[in-house]
Design a protein around this ligand. Structure first.
Ligand SMILES: Nc1ncnc2c1ncn2[C@@H]1O[C@H](COP(=O)(O)OP(=O)(O)OP(=O)(O)O)[C@@H](O)[C@H]1O
Ligand SMILES: [Zn+2]
Length: 618
C-alpha cells in the first residue's frame, strides 16, 4: 500500500508567490486584449426612458443589478449604455420578453455584467491592484500557518489512499480550568499530565508508565474536552481520531491507518493520541453475528501497536466510549486501557460550574445561575453549553446585547424538551422515589454495626444505567467476611425497596439490581459458605472459572435444590424485615436526609452522617 507523508517544510519557491504572478500576468493580458472594457461610459436615465426605448424596440441588452436596470441601446450604429435608478417592477421580465429589439433574433438579450461607471484609474486599482494585494496577503498567511504547523511539532498525516488527513494539534489551549466539575476524573488524569511533563522522573525509578486510559461516560459529559485538556496541560501534541474513521474504509486500510497513526505519534512523543468512540473498533470479538474482518484486523493492529511501543517514550492513548461493556476484554488488560476514568452527568454544583464556564464566553447581565442549574437536572455538559449558546442567540433575536436569566430559562425549555423526547429526564415524583430509595440503603447501612461506611450518595443517573447510587467503602482490606456482615449486606440491599414501600407507598423497578445481588449473596451463604442452619457445612454448589465471571452449578439433588430456594427466601425475608424495622424507627432522619439529597443531588458520606448525628440517632 502506498503511503505518503508530508513531513518536510515547504520548499523555497513558495507556491503562493508563483500563483500571484500567474494572476497578475493574466490580468495584464486581459487589459491588453480588452482595453475598452474599462473605458465604457454609462449614462444615467429614468425608468420612463427605459420603457420608452423598449417600446421603440431599440434595446439590445438588459442586465439587472441590485434593483437597477443597465441597458444598451443601438442608436444609428452607436451603442450606448444607460443605467436607471432603483426599480421595482414585477412585470419587467414579461415586458422584456414581449419587447422588440434590433438584435438578429428580434429579442432583447439578458446578458453580461456592464462595468460600473468608474474612472479608468479607479478601475485599475479595483481590478488589479486590490485583488493582487489580496492574493498576496492570503498566500502569505496560509503559507505561514502551514509552516507553523509543520515546524512547531504538529504535522500533517496523510493516510494511504483514504485521503483522510488528520494532523496533530501542536498547541492546545484547553486546560483543566475549561472542564468544570469532573474532579475525580481530573485527579486521575493529573498523573498522566505529570508523567508527560517529566517522564524522566518516572523512568528513573523504572516505573512502567500508563499507556492508556479509558474515558467512560454518557454522551456530552466532556470526554473529548478533558482529553484535550490533558494535552493542553502537558503542552504536548494531540492526535485525535474517531474509531469510526478506522472502519469506514476497505479491508486492510484500518490496520494501515492504525500503524501510521502510531508511527507518527512515536515521532512526536511525548504526545497524546485520542481515540473517540473506541467501541467502533474495540467491540467484543465474540459478540455479534459473524465477524467483521476489517474491524478485527484494525483491533488486532491496535493491540499490537499498544503492546509494541515503548512506554517510556511518553505516548499516552486516551480512548472514549459510552458503552464500556461492549469492549473487547483484550483492550482492558494491563498495559493497554487498564485505567478507567468515569465521567458522570453533573450534579447541581457541577451544572452551576459548567454554566459559569460557558457564560464567561458570552456577554451577560447578572444572571441567576441557581435557577437555571436547578431546572436542568439530568442534562449533560454539552447540553448546558448548548443552553448558554441558545440563550445568546435568543438575546440577539430580541435585539439585546447581553444574555439575561430569562433567555437562559427559555432555552432550557427548548433543550430539555429535546432531552425529554429521548426519555432522559426524570420527573419530580420519580426523583423523590429515587432519593428515598438511596437514603434507605444508606440509613440501613449506617444503623448496622458490621457494615461498611457510606462514602457517597447520588441521584444522578449513572453510566451503568442505575438511576441512583449509594457507595460504600470498606475500611481496611478485609479478606474474610463473617456471617453477620454478609447478612447485614443483604439487609442494606433491601433498604432501598423498603424505603419506597414505607414512605412512597409504591414498589418500583428501581430495586432490580438490589434484588439480584441480595439473592446471589443469600444463595452463596447457603450453598457455598455453610452459613445456613439447615445444611451445616455441606457444599451445594461449585463455582467454575472464578476469574471469568464465575458460572455456578448445583451439586445436589433436585429436592435439595428446591429446599435451598426456600432457605434463601427465608433469609431475604428476614433481611427485608430488619430493614423495615430500621426505617420505621428513623422516619424523621429519612425525610431530612432525603430532602437534603434531593436538593444537592450528590452528597458525601460525611454530610449524611452529620444529619444522622444531629438527629441524635447515632
Ligand atoms: N465539564 C464540562 N465543563 C465545561 N464544558 C463542558 C463539560 N462537559 C461538556 N462540556 C461542553 O460540551 C461540549 C461537548 O463535550 P465533549 O464533546 O467533550 O463530550 P463527549 O463526552 O466527548 O461527548 P461524546 O460522547 O458525544 O463524544 C464541550 O465542548 C463543552 O463545551
Ligand atoms: Zn437500590
Amino acid at each position: 500500500m502506498k503511503q505518503e507523508t508530508v513531513n518536510s517544510r515547504p520548499q523555497k519557491g513558495n507556491p503562493f508567490v508563483t500563483f500571484l504572478w500567474v494572476i497578475l500576468i493574466v490580468l495584464f493580458l486581459n487589459w491588453l486584449i480588452f482595453p475598452n472594457l474599462t473605458g465604457q461610459k454609462i449614462k444615467s436615465t429614468d425608468y420612463g426612458t427605459f420603457i420608452e426605448k423598449m417600446e421603440e424596440g431599440s434595446i439590445k441588452e438588459v442586465m439587472i443589478k441590485s434593483g437597477q436596470i443597465y441597458f444598451t441601446v443601438a442608436d444609428k450604429g452607436d451603442v450606448t449604455t444607460y443605467q436607471t435608478g432603483e426599480v421595482n417592477d414585477p412585470q419587467l421580465v414579461d415586458r422584456l420578453l414581449k419587447a422588440k429589439s434590433p438584435n438578429k433574433d428580434g429579442k432583447v438579450a439578458f446578458t453580461e455584467i456592464v462595468p460600473e461607471e468608474n474612472s479608468p484609474f479607479l478601475n485599475f486599482i479595483l481590478m488589479w491592484v486590490l485583488p493582487g494585494l489580496l492574493f498576496y496577503v492570503i498566500g502569505k498567511r496560509a503559507s505561514r500557518s502551514i509552516q507553523a504547523r509543520m515546524g512547531a511539532g504538529g504535522n500533517f498525516m496523510s493516510f494511504g489512499n483514504g485521503g483522510a488527513k488528520i494532523y496533530a494539534d501542536a498547541e492546545i489551549k484547553t486546560t483543566f480550568a475549561d472542564v468544570a466539575g469532573q474532579n475525580e476524573a481530573k485527579e486521575m488524569l493529573k498523573e498522566i499530565v505529570e508523567f508527560l511533563h517529566k517522564p524522566q522522573k518516572y523512568t528513573d525509578i523504572g516505573a512502567s508508565l500508563p499507556k492508556g486510559a479509558l474515558l467512560v461516560g454518557p454522551p456530552g459529559t466532556g470526554k473529548t474536552l478533558i482529553a484535550r485538556a490533558v494535552a493542553g496541560e502537558a503542552k504536548v501534541p494531540f492526535f485525535a481520531i474517531s474509531g469510526s474513521e478506522f472502519v469506514q474504509m476497505f479491508v486492510g486500510m484500518g490496520a494501515a491507518k492504525v500503524r501510521d497513526l502510531f508511527r507518527q505519534a512515536n515521532e512526536k512523543a511525548p504526545c497524546i493520541i485520542f481515540i473517540d468512540e473506541i467501541d467502533a473498533i474495540g467491540k467484543r470479538r465474540d459478540s455479534g453475528l459473524g465477524g467483521n474482518d476489517e474491524r478485527e484486523q484494525t483491533l488486532n493492529q491496535l493491540l499490537t501497536e499498544m503492546d509494541g511501543f515503548d512506554g517510556r517514550k511518553g505516548v499516552v492513548i486516551l480512548a472514549a466510549t459510552n458503552r464500556p461493556e461492549d469492549l473487547d476484554k483484550a483492550l482492558l488488560r494491563p498495559g493497554r486501557f487498564d485505567r478507567r476514568i468515569q465521567m458522570e452527568l453533573p450534579d447541581l454544583e457541577g451544572r452551576k460550574a459548567i454554566l459559569n464556564v460557558h457564560l464567561k464566553k458570552v456577554k451577560h447581565e447578572a444572571v441567576d445561575i441557581d435557577i437555571v442549574a436547578r431546572a436542568t437536572a439530568g442534562t449533560s455538559g454539552a447540553e448546558l453549553a448548548n443552553i448558554v449558546n441558545e440563550a445568546a442567540l435568543r438575546a440577539v433575536r430580541m435585539g439585546r446585547n447581553a444574555v439575561t436569566t430569562e433567555d437562559l430559562e427559555e432555552s432550557v425549555e427548548t433543550v430539555i424538551a429535546g432531552a425529554q423526547k429521548k426519555g432522559k429526564v426524570v420527573s419530580a415524583e420519580e426523583k423523590k422515589i429515587i432519593a428515598y430509595h438511596e437514603i434507605g440503603h444508606a440509613l440501613v447501612a449506617a444503623m448496622q454495626s458490621h457494615s461498611a461506611p457510606v462514602h457517597k450518595i447520588t441521584i444522578i443517573p449513572r453510566t451503568s444505567g442505575a438511576l441512583g447510587y449509594t457507595m460504600q467503602v470498606e475500611s481496611g482490606e478485609q479478606v474474610l467476611m463473617n456471617r453477620e456482615e454478609l447478612f447485614n449486606r443483604i439487609v442494606t440491599l433491601t433498604g432501598g425497596r423498603t424505603a419506597e414501600e414505607e414512605i412512597c407507598h409504591v414498589v418500583t423497578t428501581g430495586a432490580s439490581n438490589d434484588i439480584e445481588q441480595a439473592t446471589k449473596l443469600a444463595r452463596a451463604m447457603v450453598t457455598r459458605y455453610g452459613m445456613s442452619d439447615k445444611y451445616d457445612m455441606m457444599g451445594l454448589e461449585t463455582v467454575h472459572n472464578v476469574y471469568l465471571g464465575g458460572d455456578t452449578s448445583l451439586t445436589c439433588s433436585a429436592e435439595t435444590a428446591a429446599a435451598i430456594d426456600q432457605e434463601v427466601l427465608e433469609m431475604i425475608r428476614k433481611a427485608h424485615e430488619k430493614s423495615r424495622r430500621l426505617i420505621r424507627e428513623n422516619l424523621d432522619v429519612m425525610h431530612e436526609a432525603a430532602s437534603f439529597l434531593l436538593e444537592k443531588e450528590t452528597i458525601t458520606g460525611e454530610e449524611f452522617m452529620h444529619i444522622l448525628h444531629q438527629s441524635g440517632k447515632l
